[in-house]
Design a protein around this ligand. Structure first.
Ligand SMILES: *Cc1c(COP(=O)(O)O)cnc(C)c1O
Ligand SMILES: [Zn+2]
Length: 419
């Protein structure tokens, strides 16, 4: 790092120098459209130059409002090119009633449903779409179980880019599909599952017909690191013992891990929380690999779960997730759909927090691991709840008590309510 970079940062340009590297063989990648290594086919990752941050403290960033762009010095995009709708800055709730119920005294929920399009995907998309604009892309696209497309459609609209989204037909929750349509994306309903939709999107990207913004794109996890930076800010850098996340394509748990390694590198923290990844029983390649102590996973052919956002048989960043879990002495386990729905209701009924099923997997996992004795009652635990309840109204309507039919009559109302 030369001085001019430090100076540029002080002048407010706020982009960290960075390189794109192959995560597997270490080769540097210069093709802006590549999302795998041309030599070994490996996953890509971004190496940030954090030198300018080394003399700084978290306090130095706090003049900016909490949210993704507070952490611009950790991001590979110039802040002056930001395509933003004020993502991040989500609440961290101390959930004492929920904690009491499941036997963890210090339990927190990071509520990602409060993002602009209702999921954490906005954190990655503000960085990914800003980068797409920087490199002059005209059409962006993604395959999605729903939230990635909802988010991309919104950020593409904000940036004035065309957008194409590839969705597995009939398997996308109503709120997510509505968002992609509403923000003006071309919505393709593919006769296949998520993994099939992704194959098509990748081929379109190889032909340079779209700029691919799935989480295989290494810029997206960079934005998603911000959830960890915010948790640390909100806990005043008192590192929690454990962070629990649902795992689908596994980019988010990887992003949290990457953020932790960066904070270690600049000396802002001196230990890492145990990263704990939760999957659904019908879609559990990562949890299965963990139970066998394996570094790689075996893809599943027909993943099935009510938690559609983690209904992924062949997780793009599965190997990175396993590294994150092993390196932090974390854990991975799967939960049933019944456990997911029960946890979703518990969050709503005890805390007034509405999340979609995939998000509730983190809470279901916390409960299960407490029961198994993996989580100690004295641990400080943060569950990341990834998406808003309104994303998937149909699942809620089919799992809650039906509305009570009542005559348009005061006496009838009193009778029904017993009041
Ligand atoms: C995308 C998503 C996930 C899974 O995140 P990965 O990074 O794919 O592991 C979980 N929950 C919600 C609500 C999501 O939108
Ligand atoms: Zn390689």
């Amino acid at each position: 790092m030369d001085n001019s970079m430090g100076k540029r940062m002080q002048e407010g340009l706020n982009m960290a120098a960075h390189k794109i590297l192959c995560w597997d063989c270490g080769r540097e990648i210069t093709d802006m459209y590549a999302y795998t290594c041309p030599d070994c086919g490996g996953l890509l990752t971004i190496k940030m130059d954090l030198e300018p941050l080394k003399g700084m403290s978290p306090e130095d960033l706090r003049s900016e409002p909490i949210g993704v762009w507070r952490y611009a010095p950790f991001m590979p995009v110039d802040k002056k090119n930001a395509v933003t709708i004020k993502e991040g800055g989500t609440p961290l709730y101390k959930t004492s009633a929920l904690g009491k119920e499941i036997g963890i005294k210090d339990l927190y929920v990071k509520y990602e449903g409060a993002n602009p399009t209702g999921s954490f995907k906005d954190r990655g998309m503000t960085i990914g779409v800003s980068h797409a604009v920087e490199i002059g892309a005209k059409i962006v696209g993604c395959a999605s179980t729903g939230n990635t497309s909802a988010s991309l459609a919104a950020y593409a609209a904000k940036a004035g880019l065309k957008c194409a989204v590839f969705l597995p037909s009939g398997k996308v929750a109503a709120g997510k599909l509505a968002q992609a349509m509403f923000f003006g994306a071309k919505v393709l309903s593919i006769d296949g599952n998520f993994d099939d939709a992704l194959d098509l999107a990748r081929k379109m990207s190889e032909m340079r017909a779209i700029y691919l913004l799935n989480s295989i794109n290494p810029y997206r996890p960079e934005g998603q690191k911000s959830v960890l930076f915010e948790i640390m800010d909100q806990l005043n850098y008192d590192v929690p013992d454990r962070i629990i996340l649902p795992v689908g394509n596994a980019a988010n748990i990887w992003a949290v891990y990457k953020a932790l390694t960066e904070l270690m590198e600049i000396g802002w923290i001196d230990r890492m929380p145990m990263l704990t990844g939760i999957q659904a029983v019908g879609s559990m390649p990562v949890a299965k690999a963990f139970s066998e102590g394996a570094e790689d996973f075996v893809p599943e052919q027909n993943p099935e779960t009510v938690a559609t956002a983690i209904r992924i048989g062949n997780p793009i960043s599965g190997r990175k997730a396993l590294r994150a879990i092993y390196d932090t002495n974390g854990y991975s386990v799967s939960v049933t759909d019944e456990e997911i729905i029960a946890a979703q209701k518990l969050l709503g009924r005890k805390e007034g927090i509405g999340v979609e099923p995939a998000s509730a997997a983190s809470v279901a996992g916390a409960r299960k691991l407490r029961e198994m004795g993996i989580i100690d009652p004295s641990e400080r635990v943060v569950c990341i709840c990834t998406g808003n309840a309104l994303k998937d109204p149909d699942t809620i309507i089919s799992n809650c008590e039906k509305p009570i039919s009542c005559a348009n009559d005061l006496e009838a109302v009193r009778k029904v309510l017993g009041a």
